[in-house]
Ligand binder design. Structure first.
Ligand SMILES: [Zn+2]
Length: 261
């Protein structure tokens, strides 16, 4: 698969440690091996680095390993030759996907620096998933795991009959942690973010024990971090070990060929 120049849209060709198009727009590979195709890359902020560290620390406990295994099983059934992971983060899931040609896209340079350094089986590219540097109908499958779903853009890059797999938090995801943080913990809404019905849908769930270190990492890597008072964060810090539910909704959507629409 050829990547496209984010400036002029022409094909990019690899020349040593960079890629360039026929108009001579050129983009370097970073030392860690990822490629930056974002015209306006987000400056790496301290916040972002802290989130990357929290996420890798937490994911390495293996608490979400069952989600990774389930994703791999669903992907295996589809047998994609080319897969794009949209919002791949540090590549924890991407690195395990059983696909020969795979691409991980994310706007966070900090996350891709980690991903590219630890996983040589995936091409990692800094780019917005709302405007991918990919030609039409180039991928067999896309995965969107806890990331915004840009449906039109996903369907543009998928081949006819291709599929995309979304992962969103289930209603009870991290409910026990939220019960410590908030007086009225709400259950997650079950919205899919996609305008048509999935071909397959499943809720998977496991509980894990989390000590104060894991709880702190979990809080930092979730959106709750920004809406939690210092008092509530302190409560979480002193609550001891918690039994926490991890619950995910997986949905598989298929891009219909225009003849069938
Ligand atoms: Zn160009």
């Amino acid at each position: 698969m050829k990547l496209l120049c984010p400036v002029c849209g022409q094909e990019l060709h690899r020349v040593d440690r960079r890629v360039c198009c026929a108009q001579n727009h050129s983009f370097d590979y970073a030392r860690q091996g990822y490629l930056n195709l974002a015209l306006r890359a987000r400056a790496g902020s301290g916040d972002e680095k802290r989130m990357v560290t929290a996420r890798t620390d937490f994911l390495h406990t293996g608490a979400y390993g069952f989600l990774r295994d389930t994703l791999c099983a669903w992907i295996s059934e589809e047998k994609p030759e080319v897969l794009a992971d949209l919002g791949c983060g540090e590549g924890y899931y991407t690195s395990a996907f059983p696909v020969r040609e795979k691409y991980g896209f994310d706007l966070s340079k900090d996350a891709l620096r980690y991903a590219a350094a630890h996983d040589k089986t995936t091409a990692y590219i800094v780019a917005s998933t709302s405007r991918l540097p990919l030609p039409d109908a180039c991928a067999d499958m896309a995965v969107i795991c806890f990331a915004p779903v840009f449906e039109k853009e996903i369907c543009r890059i998928l081949k006819d009959g291709g599929s995309f797999l979304t992962v969103t938090p289930g209603p009870d995801h991290l409910l026990e942690m939220k019960a410590v943080l908030y007086e009225h913990p709400y259950r997650n809404p079950e919205k899919s973010g996609v305008s048509f019905a999935p071909e397959k849908e499943e809720i998977i769930r496991q509980t894990f024990r989390a000590g104060s270190q894991e709880l702190a990492a979990l809080l930092t890597m979730t959106p709750y971090f920004y809406r939690t008072s210092p008092e509530a964060a302190a409560r979480l810090n002193t609550c001891g070990e918690l039994q926490v539910t991890a619950e995910f909704i997986l949905r598989l959507y298929r891009k219909k060929s225009p003849a069938l629409l």
